[in-house]
Design a protein around this ligand. Structure first.
Ligand SMILES: [Zn+2]
Length: 364
């Protein structure tokens, strides 16, 4: 909802400096000012046609929870949204997607119109008894839109993680990326490397084709090859790493544009260059964009250039996203993942020991 009824752009009214993500260290891109808040409950509302909406329930006694001093960081929201996408897309997940979305909204943040709704609620004149209904109306959002936004973000993020792993020498995720999930289509970007280079790729110059056309073509190609190829492809015919720049450009094309402009931070009267933020998706896209900017040279395994805050990666055992404490951490903190980590360490230790023993034996 960046525009009002008259078509005028609605200015961000967020002013809390504690919610600022500093961007000064990454090429001076600018800042993001936003607030997160949670409603205590939601109800389902049927709209015209087959559309359905989620509407928060707000009244005196059921006040929303405003993150006045510190809300979620961009990385934390990213982690929560990515893991939500993963759960929703998992065939073995028993909870309905609507319940999972409501759980996210109640536990993490209301997803849409966050700037306008926050400023309405933070206003001195705001009275929950009188204005509760207005807040409910202003915050209502379409479930279909949420799922569409989640799909775009989730698959772009999967692509990012897979490409990062390709740079680290692990192509497993890239190889599986085209697999369809419960709700979301898989991404076909790595599919063509499963075949030898074909004639078409030589003749098509990049400038002649938009990224959407390219994606459509790849999807059509994949459908075609599904029918034609009966023999199972077990690994890439060409190493995706050799096409790093092409893949990176495709990932970059998936990032939406941001509306950036100069704003005054009312707290200290300073001019800041900031992006307007209307949904948690904006925040997460922005965070992903920042992670791509931070992406180190591919020959160094895409290692993050500078780590002020722990990098966001996926766990080797459960594949959930988490923010790690140190550079070596590959498993999240869940008990079963730590157990898997220990088991892997012991396997490695025993293998090393056996290797050392054989070496000694062979010497004798
Ligand atoms: Zn884990």
């Amino acid at each position: 909802m960046p525009y009002d009824g008259m078509g005028n752009y609605i200015e961000s009214k967020a002013d809390n400096t504690s919610d600022v993500i500093g961007f000064g260290d990454v090429g001076g891109i600018g800042q993001l000012i936003y607030h997160t808040f949670r409603f205590k409950d939601y109800e389902f509302e049927e709209g015209a046609g087959e559309s359905s909406y989620l509407k928060p329930i707000v009244y005196k006694g059921l006040e929303p929870d405003l993150d006045k001093t510190n809300g979620f960081s961009g990385k934390e929201l990213f982690r929560e949204l990515y893991n939500l996408g993963r759960k929703i897309n998992d065939f073995s997940e028993k909870t309905s997607y609507v319940d999972l979305v409501i759980e996210f909204c109640k536990g993490v943040a209301h997803p849409y119109y966050i700037d306008t709704v926050y400023s309405l609620m933070a206003d001195k004149q705001f009275d929950i008894a009188d204005d509760g209904e207005m807040i409910e109306r202003e915050s209502l959002f379409s479930l279909a839109n949420f799922m569409r936004d989640l799909e775009s973000f989730y698959i772009a993020t999967q692509f990012y993680f897979a490409l990062k792993k390709v740079c680290a020498g692990d192509g497993d995720d890239a190889f599986e990326l085209a697999q369809e999930g419960k709700f979301f289509e898989g991404l076909p970007y790595f599919e063509k490397y499963k075949r030898e280079e074909c004639f078409q790729e030589h003749t098509l110059k990049k400038a002649d084709i938009t990224s959407q056309q390219l994606l459509d073509e790849m999807i059509a190609e994949r459908k075609k090859s599904k029918h034609q190829e009966h023999k199972e492809v077990t690994w890439f015919a060409r190493e995706p790493f050799d096409y790093y720049e092409e893949l990176r450009d495709q990932l970059m094309d998936m990032i939406p544009d941001f509306h950036m402009r100069l704003k005054i931070n009312p707290r200290n009267n300073q001019v800041v260059f900031a992006a307007d933020v209307h949904s948690v998706f904006d925040i997460c896209w922005y965070t992903l964009a920042r992670m791509i900017v931070d992406f180190g040279p591919p020959e160094e395994g895409g290692r993050t250039r500078e780590l002020k805050e722990g990098a966001l990666i996926t766990c080797l055992h459960c594949a959930e996203a988490f923010i790690r404490d140190n550079n070596r951490q590959l498993y999240c903190k869940k008990v079963e993942c730590q157990r898997a980590h220990n088991a892997a360490r012991q396997r490695k230790y025993r293998a090393n020991k056996r290797l050392a023993e054989t070496k000694i034996k062979n010497k004798n």
